[in-house]
Design a protein. Structure first.
Length: 453
Protein backbone atom coordinates (compact mmCIF):
# COMPACT_ATOMS: atom_id res chain seq x y z
CA UNK A 1 0.00 0.00 0.00
CA UNK A 2 1.19 3.52 -0.81
CA UNK A 3 1.00 5.96 2.11
CA UNK A 4 0.37 9.68 1.82
CA UNK A 5 1.90 10.58 5.21
CA UNK A 6 5.15 9.20 6.62
CA UNK A 7 5.71 10.06 10.29
CA UNK A 8 9.11 9.43 11.93
CA UNK A 9 9.67 8.96 15.65
CA UNK A 10 13.36 9.78 16.05
CA UNK A 11 13.65 11.62 12.73
CA UNK A 12 16.99 13.27 13.61
CA UNK A 13 18.95 10.03 13.58
CA UNK A 14 21.37 9.64 10.70
CA UNK A 15 19.61 6.56 9.28
CA UNK A 16 16.09 7.84 9.94
CA UNK A 17 16.75 11.21 8.32
CA UNK A 18 17.99 9.55 5.11
CA UNK A 19 14.73 7.59 4.82
CA UNK A 20 12.72 10.73 5.63
CA UNK A 21 14.49 12.54 2.80
CA UNK A 22 13.79 9.60 0.47
CA UNK A 23 10.04 9.73 1.11
CA UNK A 24 10.07 13.50 0.70
CA UNK A 25 11.79 12.92 -2.68
CA UNK A 26 8.98 10.46 -3.53
CA UNK A 27 6.36 13.17 -2.88
CA UNK A 28 5.02 12.05 0.50
CA UNK A 29 4.07 14.40 3.33
CA UNK A 30 6.90 13.82 5.82
CA UNK A 31 7.11 14.95 9.45
CA UNK A 32 8.42 13.69 12.76
CA UNK A 33 9.69 13.98 16.31
CA UNK A 34 13.18 14.16 17.72
CA UNK A 35 14.43 14.73 21.24
CA UNK A 36 16.71 17.68 20.50
CA UNK A 37 17.37 20.10 17.64
CA UNK A 38 20.57 19.51 15.65
CA UNK A 39 22.23 20.51 12.39
CA UNK A 40 20.51 17.53 10.80
CA UNK A 41 17.01 18.42 11.98
CA UNK A 42 17.58 22.03 10.90
CA UNK A 43 18.51 20.78 7.42
CA UNK A 44 15.37 18.62 7.28
CA UNK A 45 13.22 21.61 8.22
CA UNK A 46 14.86 23.70 5.49
CA UNK A 47 13.92 20.94 3.03
CA UNK A 48 10.23 21.23 3.99
CA UNK A 49 10.02 18.43 6.56
CA UNK A 50 8.20 19.40 9.78
CA UNK A 51 10.06 18.47 12.96
CA UNK A 52 9.02 19.00 16.60
CA UNK A 53 10.88 18.35 19.84
CA UNK A 54 8.26 17.50 22.45
CA UNK A 55 6.59 14.15 23.04
CA UNK A 56 3.10 15.25 21.99
CA UNK A 57 0.52 13.19 20.10
CA UNK A 58 -1.05 16.35 18.63
CA UNK A 59 1.66 16.28 15.94
CA UNK A 60 0.87 12.73 14.75
CA UNK A 61 -1.15 12.83 11.48
CA UNK A 62 -4.80 12.09 12.24
CA UNK A 63 -5.45 10.20 8.99
CA UNK A 64 -4.24 6.86 10.28
CA UNK A 65 -5.36 4.88 7.22
CA UNK A 66 -2.97 6.88 5.03
CA UNK A 67 -0.14 7.22 7.56
CA UNK A 68 2.92 5.03 7.96
CA UNK A 69 4.84 5.47 11.22
CA UNK A 70 8.56 4.65 11.23
CA UNK A 71 10.47 4.46 14.52
CA UNK A 72 14.02 3.82 15.60
CA UNK A 73 14.81 1.20 18.29
CA UNK A 74 16.76 3.96 20.06
CA UNK A 75 13.37 5.39 21.16
CA UNK A 76 12.20 4.13 24.60
CA UNK A 77 9.26 1.78 24.23
CA UNK A 78 7.19 3.77 26.77
CA UNK A 79 7.55 7.02 24.80
CA UNK A 80 4.11 8.67 24.56
CA UNK A 81 3.85 9.10 20.78
CA UNK A 82 5.04 5.54 20.14
CA UNK A 83 2.48 4.13 22.57
CA UNK A 84 -0.23 6.26 20.94
CA UNK A 85 0.35 4.97 17.41
CA UNK A 86 0.70 1.36 18.60
CA UNK A 87 -2.60 1.56 20.47
CA UNK A 88 -4.59 3.40 17.78
CA UNK A 89 -4.32 1.22 14.72
CA UNK A 90 -1.49 2.94 12.82
CA UNK A 91 0.84 0.93 10.60
CA UNK A 92 4.07 1.05 12.67
CA UNK A 93 7.43 -0.33 11.50
CA UNK A 94 11.08 -0.17 12.53
CA UNK A 95 13.54 1.78 10.38
CA UNK A 96 15.36 -1.39 9.32
CA UNK A 97 12.14 -2.96 7.99
CA UNK A 98 11.48 0.09 5.79
CA UNK A 99 15.00 0.05 4.34
CA UNK A 100 14.50 -3.61 3.47
CA UNK A 101 11.20 -2.78 1.72
CA UNK A 102 12.78 0.07 -0.28
CA UNK A 103 15.61 -2.23 -1.40
CA UNK A 104 13.27 -4.94 -2.69
CA UNK A 105 13.18 -5.21 -6.46
CA UNK A 106 16.41 -3.25 -6.85
CA UNK A 107 20.05 -4.28 -7.00
CA UNK A 108 21.17 -3.82 -3.38
CA UNK A 109 24.86 -3.26 -2.64
CA UNK A 110 25.27 -3.44 1.13
CA UNK A 111 28.23 -2.50 3.33
CA UNK A 112 28.28 -4.24 6.72
CA UNK A 113 30.85 -4.42 9.50
CA UNK A 114 31.51 -3.20 13.01
CA UNK A 115 33.90 -0.53 11.66
CA UNK A 116 34.46 1.27 8.38
CA UNK A 117 31.01 0.85 6.86
CA UNK A 118 30.05 4.53 6.71
CA UNK A 119 33.16 5.68 4.84
CA UNK A 120 33.13 2.60 2.60
CA UNK A 121 29.44 2.93 1.67
CA UNK A 122 29.79 6.68 1.07
CA UNK A 123 32.81 6.10 -1.16
CA UNK A 124 30.96 3.35 -3.04
CA UNK A 125 28.02 5.70 -3.63
CA UNK A 126 30.46 8.37 -4.84
CA UNK A 127 32.00 5.92 -7.33
CA UNK A 128 28.55 5.17 -8.78
CA UNK A 129 27.54 8.84 -8.88
CA UNK A 130 30.86 10.10 -10.25
CA UNK A 131 30.86 7.43 -12.97
CA UNK A 132 27.37 8.54 -14.11
CA UNK A 133 26.07 5.02 -13.41
CA UNK A 134 24.03 6.50 -10.55
CA UNK A 135 22.53 4.94 -7.42
CA UNK A 136 20.25 5.69 -4.53
CA UNK A 137 22.26 5.60 -1.30
CA UNK A 138 21.25 5.49 2.36
CA UNK A 139 24.35 6.54 4.30
CA UNK A 140 25.29 6.54 7.97
CA UNK A 141 27.05 9.90 7.69
CA UNK A 142 26.98 13.15 5.75
CA UNK A 143 28.92 12.89 2.48
CA UNK A 144 31.22 15.89 2.08
CA UNK A 145 30.97 15.61 -1.72
CA UNK A 146 27.17 15.97 -1.69
CA UNK A 147 26.41 17.41 1.80
CA UNK A 148 23.73 14.79 2.45
CA UNK A 149 23.18 11.25 3.74
CA UNK A 150 20.82 10.41 0.87
CA UNK A 151 21.58 10.16 -2.83
CA UNK A 152 18.76 9.53 -5.31
CA UNK A 153 18.77 8.10 -8.82
CA UNK A 154 16.40 6.45 -11.27
CA UNK A 155 18.97 3.68 -11.75
CA UNK A 156 17.60 0.69 -9.74
CA UNK A 157 20.78 0.30 -7.66
CA UNK A 158 20.75 0.92 -3.91
CA UNK A 159 23.86 1.39 -1.78
CA UNK A 160 22.91 0.70 1.82
CA UNK A 161 24.86 0.86 5.04
CA UNK A 162 23.89 -2.42 6.69
CA UNK A 163 23.73 -1.79 10.43
CA UNK A 164 24.30 -4.72 12.79
CA UNK A 165 22.68 -2.91 15.75
CA UNK A 166 19.48 -4.70 16.76
CA UNK A 167 20.22 -7.14 13.88
CA UNK A 168 18.81 -4.52 11.50
CA UNK A 169 20.91 -5.76 8.56
CA UNK A 170 18.96 -9.02 8.48
CA UNK A 171 16.17 -7.08 6.74
CA UNK A 172 18.40 -6.75 3.66
CA UNK A 173 18.89 -9.31 0.87
CA UNK A 174 21.78 -7.82 -1.13
CA UNK A 175 23.12 -8.81 -4.52
CA UNK A 176 26.63 -7.84 -3.37
CA UNK A 177 27.82 -7.21 0.18
CA UNK A 178 31.03 -6.12 1.84
CA UNK A 179 31.85 -7.22 5.38
CA UNK A 180 34.59 -5.01 6.84
CA UNK A 181 34.88 -6.31 10.42
CA UNK A 182 33.17 -8.70 12.83
CA UNK A 183 34.49 -7.50 16.20
CA UNK A 184 32.62 -7.60 19.48
CA UNK A 185 30.23 -4.65 19.77
CA UNK A 186 26.62 -3.99 20.81
CA UNK A 187 26.97 -6.65 23.49
CA UNK A 188 23.73 -5.34 25.02
CA UNK A 189 22.12 -6.90 21.95
CA UNK A 190 24.41 -9.87 21.23
CA UNK A 191 25.78 -10.79 24.68
CA UNK A 192 29.05 -12.20 23.27
CA UNK A 193 31.30 -12.37 20.19
CA UNK A 194 29.92 -15.76 19.09
CA UNK A 195 26.47 -14.23 18.65
CA UNK A 196 27.97 -11.31 16.70
CA UNK A 197 29.61 -13.79 14.31
CA UNK A 198 26.38 -15.76 14.07
CA UNK A 199 24.50 -12.63 12.95
CA UNK A 200 27.10 -11.76 10.30
CA UNK A 201 26.97 -15.31 8.96
CA UNK A 202 23.18 -15.02 8.77
CA UNK A 203 23.60 -11.75 6.86
CA UNK A 204 26.05 -13.43 4.46
CA UNK A 205 23.51 -16.21 3.86
CA UNK A 206 21.07 -13.62 2.48
CA UNK A 207 23.47 -12.38 -0.22
CA UNK A 208 22.58 -13.69 -3.68
CA UNK A 209 25.66 -12.73 -5.73
CA UNK A 210 29.01 -11.95 -4.12
CA UNK A 211 30.26 -11.51 -0.54
CA UNK A 212 33.47 -9.45 -0.38
CA UNK A 213 34.93 -9.92 3.09
CA UNK A 214 38.00 -8.51 4.72
CA UNK A 215 40.80 -11.05 4.46
CA UNK A 216 40.77 -13.39 7.45
CA UNK A 217 37.12 -13.03 8.46
CA UNK A 218 35.37 -16.32 9.16
CA UNK A 219 32.78 -16.42 6.38
CA UNK A 220 32.90 -19.73 4.48
CA UNK A 221 30.98 -21.44 1.64
CA UNK A 222 28.96 -23.18 4.34
CA UNK A 223 27.59 -19.78 5.37
CA UNK A 224 26.39 -18.48 2.00
CA UNK A 225 25.43 -19.53 -1.52
CA UNK A 226 27.13 -16.37 -2.80
CA UNK A 227 30.60 -16.28 -4.32
CA UNK A 228 33.17 -15.27 -1.67
CA UNK A 229 36.05 -12.87 -2.42
CA UNK A 230 38.58 -11.26 -0.06
CA UNK A 231 39.98 -7.75 0.18
CA UNK A 232 42.89 -6.44 2.22
CA UNK A 233 44.99 -3.33 2.69
CA UNK A 234 48.15 -4.96 1.32
CA UNK A 235 47.98 -8.74 1.74
CA UNK A 236 48.80 -10.19 -1.66
CA UNK A 237 46.85 -13.37 -0.83
CA UNK A 238 43.60 -11.36 -1.09
CA UNK A 239 41.61 -10.97 -4.31
CA UNK A 240 41.73 -7.16 -3.97
CA UNK A 241 44.62 -5.29 -2.33
CA UNK A 242 46.77 -2.16 -2.56
CA UNK A 243 50.37 -2.40 -3.72
CA UNK A 244 53.18 0.12 -4.12
CA UNK A 245 51.83 2.30 -1.29
CA UNK A 246 53.37 5.79 -1.08
CA UNK A 247 52.36 8.48 1.42
CA UNK A 248 52.87 12.20 0.78
CA UNK A 249 53.60 14.78 3.51
CA UNK A 250 49.86 15.47 3.99
CA UNK A 251 48.92 11.86 4.69
CA UNK A 252 47.45 11.11 1.24
CA UNK A 253 48.37 7.75 -0.27
CA UNK A 254 48.91 6.68 -3.86
CA UNK A 255 48.75 2.97 -4.66
CA UNK A 256 48.15 0.35 -7.31
CA UNK A 257 44.84 -1.47 -6.89
CA UNK A 258 45.26 -5.19 -7.61
CA UNK A 259 42.10 -7.13 -8.53
CA UNK A 260 41.30 -10.45 -10.23
CA UNK A 261 41.11 -8.75 -13.63
CA UNK A 262 44.40 -6.86 -13.42
CA UNK A 263 45.83 -3.71 -11.81
CA UNK A 264 44.56 -0.12 -11.65
CA UNK A 265 47.83 1.79 -11.41
CA UNK A 266 48.43 5.15 -9.72
CA UNK A 267 45.26 5.43 -7.63
CA UNK A 268 45.20 8.32 -5.16
CA UNK A 269 43.01 8.38 -2.08
CA UNK A 270 41.22 11.74 -1.82
CA UNK A 271 41.19 11.62 1.99
CA UNK A 272 44.25 11.07 4.19
CA UNK A 273 45.07 8.09 6.37
CA UNK A 274 46.03 4.48 5.75
CA UNK A 275 42.61 3.28 6.91
CA UNK A 276 41.07 5.08 3.94
CA UNK A 277 43.23 3.08 1.53
CA UNK A 278 41.67 -0.07 2.98
CA UNK A 279 38.19 1.47 2.67
CA UNK A 280 39.03 2.40 -0.93
CA UNK A 281 39.99 -1.18 -1.76
CA UNK A 282 36.68 -2.45 -0.29
CA UNK A 283 34.53 0.08 -2.18
CA UNK A 284 36.43 -0.43 -5.43
CA UNK A 285 35.99 -4.20 -5.11
CA UNK A 286 32.18 -3.84 -5.09
CA UNK A 287 32.28 -1.42 -8.00
CA UNK A 288 34.48 -3.75 -10.06
CA UNK A 289 32.24 -6.74 -9.34
CA UNK A 290 29.27 -4.66 -10.45
CA UNK A 291 31.02 -3.70 -13.67
CA UNK A 292 32.08 -0.07 -13.15
CA UNK A 293 35.01 0.82 -15.43
CA UNK A 294 38.46 0.88 -13.77
CA UNK A 295 39.20 4.43 -15.00
CA UNK A 296 35.94 5.70 -13.45
CA UNK A 297 36.85 4.07 -10.15
CA UNK A 298 40.33 5.63 -10.19
CA UNK A 299 38.85 9.10 -10.84
CA UNK A 300 36.26 8.73 -8.06
CA UNK A 301 38.83 7.60 -5.47
CA UNK A 302 40.83 10.75 -6.14
CA UNK A 303 37.85 13.13 -5.89
CA UNK A 304 36.35 11.60 -2.75
CA UNK A 305 36.17 14.25 -0.01
CA UNK A 306 35.19 11.97 2.85
CA UNK A 307 32.41 11.93 5.42
CA UNK A 308 31.70 14.50 8.10
CA UNK A 309 33.01 13.26 11.46
CA UNK A 310 35.13 10.52 9.85
CA UNK A 311 38.76 11.61 10.25
CA UNK A 312 37.53 15.13 9.54
CA UNK A 313 40.36 17.72 9.57
CA UNK A 314 38.98 21.10 10.65
CA UNK A 315 42.18 23.07 11.31
CA UNK A 316 45.60 22.42 9.85
CA UNK A 317 48.73 24.54 10.12
CA UNK A 318 52.41 23.60 10.50
CA UNK A 319 52.06 24.33 14.23
CA UNK A 320 48.70 22.76 15.09
CA UNK A 321 46.10 20.45 13.57
CA UNK A 322 42.61 19.51 14.78
CA UNK A 323 40.80 16.36 13.67
CA UNK A 324 37.33 15.17 14.67
CA UNK A 325 36.40 11.49 14.39
CA UNK A 326 33.29 9.43 15.16
CA UNK A 327 35.40 6.59 16.63
CA UNK A 328 33.55 5.04 19.57
CA UNK A 329 34.95 1.48 19.67
CA UNK A 330 38.50 0.65 20.85
CA UNK A 331 39.60 -0.62 17.42
CA UNK A 332 38.28 2.52 15.72
CA UNK A 333 40.16 4.67 18.23
CA UNK A 334 43.36 2.71 17.59
CA UNK A 335 42.95 3.22 13.82
CA UNK A 336 42.35 6.97 14.22
CA UNK A 337 45.39 7.39 16.47
CA UNK A 338 47.57 5.37 14.08
CA UNK A 339 46.49 7.55 11.15
CA UNK A 340 47.19 10.77 13.06
CA UNK A 341 50.66 9.51 14.05
CA UNK A 342 51.34 8.67 10.39
CA UNK A 343 50.31 12.12 9.14
CA UNK A 344 51.75 14.24 11.95
CA UNK A 345 54.82 12.35 13.21
CA UNK A 346 56.63 13.86 16.16
CA UNK A 347 53.75 16.04 17.32
CA UNK A 348 52.29 15.81 20.81
CA UNK A 349 48.90 14.14 20.36
CA UNK A 350 46.08 15.27 22.66
CA UNK A 351 42.81 13.31 22.51
CA UNK A 352 39.41 14.30 23.89
CA UNK A 353 37.19 11.22 24.21
CA UNK A 354 33.51 11.04 25.13
CA UNK A 355 32.47 7.42 25.83
CA UNK A 356 29.20 6.41 24.14
CA UNK A 357 26.76 4.22 26.13
CA UNK A 358 27.08 2.77 29.62
CA UNK A 359 27.00 -0.80 28.28
CA UNK A 360 29.81 -0.21 25.77
CA UNK A 361 31.90 1.50 28.47
CA UNK A 362 31.32 -1.43 30.83
CA UNK A 363 32.02 -4.10 28.20
CA UNK A 364 35.19 -2.52 26.75
CA UNK A 365 36.67 -0.45 29.61
CA UNK A 366 40.04 -2.24 29.49
CA UNK A 367 40.23 -2.09 25.67
CA UNK A 368 39.37 1.63 25.69
CA UNK A 369 42.08 2.27 28.28
CA UNK A 370 44.65 0.37 26.19
CA UNK A 371 43.76 2.26 22.98
CA UNK A 372 43.69 5.67 24.67
CA UNK A 373 47.04 5.03 26.36
CA UNK A 374 48.64 5.48 22.91
CA UNK A 375 48.13 9.26 22.97
CA UNK A 376 50.40 11.74 24.73
CA UNK A 377 47.57 13.37 26.66
CA UNK A 378 44.02 12.18 27.26
CA UNK A 379 41.10 14.42 28.20
CA UNK A 380 38.28 12.04 29.15
CA UNK A 381 34.69 13.29 29.36
CA UNK A 382 31.58 11.86 31.01
CA UNK A 383 29.64 9.06 29.28
CA UNK A 384 27.07 10.07 26.65
CA UNK A 385 24.08 7.84 27.57
CA UNK A 386 22.07 8.01 24.29
CA UNK A 387 19.21 5.54 24.75
CA UNK A 388 20.44 4.08 28.05
CA UNK A 389 19.78 4.59 31.74
CA UNK A 390 22.84 4.79 34.07
CA UNK A 391 24.36 1.53 35.28
CA UNK A 392 25.57 1.54 38.92
CA UNK A 393 29.36 1.60 39.11
CA UNK A 394 29.82 2.43 35.43
CA UNK A 395 31.38 5.82 34.68
CA UNK A 396 34.32 7.20 32.70
CA UNK A 397 36.43 6.52 35.78
CA UNK A 398 36.59 2.77 34.96
CA UNK A 399 38.42 3.67 31.74
CA UNK A 400 40.46 6.51 33.23
CA UNK A 401 42.08 4.55 36.05
CA UNK A 402 43.80 2.12 33.63
CA UNK A 403 45.03 4.69 31.08
CA UNK A 404 48.84 4.86 31.05
CA UNK A 405 49.29 7.88 28.75
CA UNK A 406 51.94 10.34 30.01
CA UNK A 407 49.21 12.88 30.86
CA UNK A 408 45.51 12.40 31.56
CA UNK A 409 42.64 14.41 33.01
CA UNK A 410 38.97 13.67 33.70
CA UNK A 411 36.52 16.50 32.91
CA UNK A 412 32.83 17.23 32.60
CA UNK A 413 32.04 18.40 29.10
CA UNK A 414 31.00 21.81 30.45
CA UNK A 415 34.61 22.31 31.56
CA UNK A 416 36.26 21.40 28.27
CA UNK A 417 36.50 24.75 26.48
CA UNK A 418 37.88 26.58 29.51
CA UNK A 419 40.45 23.84 29.93
CA UNK A 420 41.55 23.89 26.28
CA UNK A 421 41.86 27.67 26.25
CA UNK A 422 45.33 27.61 27.83
CA UNK A 423 46.39 24.15 26.65
CA UNK A 424 49.42 23.95 24.29
CA UNK A 425 48.17 21.96 21.29
CA UNK A 426 50.10 20.42 18.40
CA UNK A 427 47.72 17.67 17.23
CA UNK A 428 44.26 17.55 18.78
CA UNK A 429 41.56 14.95 18.10
CA UNK A 430 38.00 14.75 19.43
CA UNK A 431 36.61 11.21 19.50
CA UNK A 432 33.14 9.80 20.14
CA UNK A 433 29.65 9.11 18.80
CA UNK A 434 27.70 11.26 21.25
CA UNK A 435 27.28 15.04 21.23
CA UNK A 436 31.01 15.78 21.27
CA UNK A 437 30.49 17.12 17.73
CA UNK A 438 28.99 20.25 19.37
CA UNK A 439 32.59 21.23 20.22
CA UNK A 440 33.84 21.20 16.62
CA UNK A 441 32.90 24.79 15.85
CA UNK A 442 34.07 26.36 19.14
CA UNK A 443 37.39 24.46 19.09
CA UNK A 444 38.02 25.42 15.46
CA UNK A 445 37.18 29.05 16.23
CA UNK A 446 39.48 29.03 19.27
CA UNK A 447 42.38 27.71 17.19
CA UNK A 448 41.76 30.25 14.42
CA UNK A 449 41.78 33.07 16.97
CA UNK A 450 45.04 31.77 18.44
CA UNK A 451 46.58 31.85 14.98
CA UNK A 452 45.74 35.55 14.51
CA UNK A 453 47.23 36.62 17.85
Amino acid sequence: MEYKNIYFIGIGGIGMSAIARYYRFKGCDVSGYDKTPSELTAALEQEGIRVHYEDCTDFVPKDRENTLVVYTPAIPHDMGELQFVLENGYKVVKRSKILGEIAKGQSCLAVAGTHGKTTTSTLLAHIFTSSKEGCSAFLGGISKNYDTNLLTSHNPVIVAEADEFDRSFLQLFPQTAVITAMDADHLDIYSDLDHVHEAFKAFASQVSGTVIKKYGLDITPEDTRAKILDYSLDNIQADFYAGNLVCDNCGHFTFDLHHPGGVIEGCRCGVPGIINVENSVAAAAVALVHGIAPDSIKTALGTFQGVKRRFDIHFNTPECSYIDDYAHHPKEIEAAIRSIRDIFPGRKLTAVFQPHLYTRTRDFADEFAMALSKVDKLILLDIYPAREEPIPGVSSEIIFRNVTAPEKVLLRKEELMDYLKDEPLEALVTLGAGNIDRFIQPITQMLEERQTK
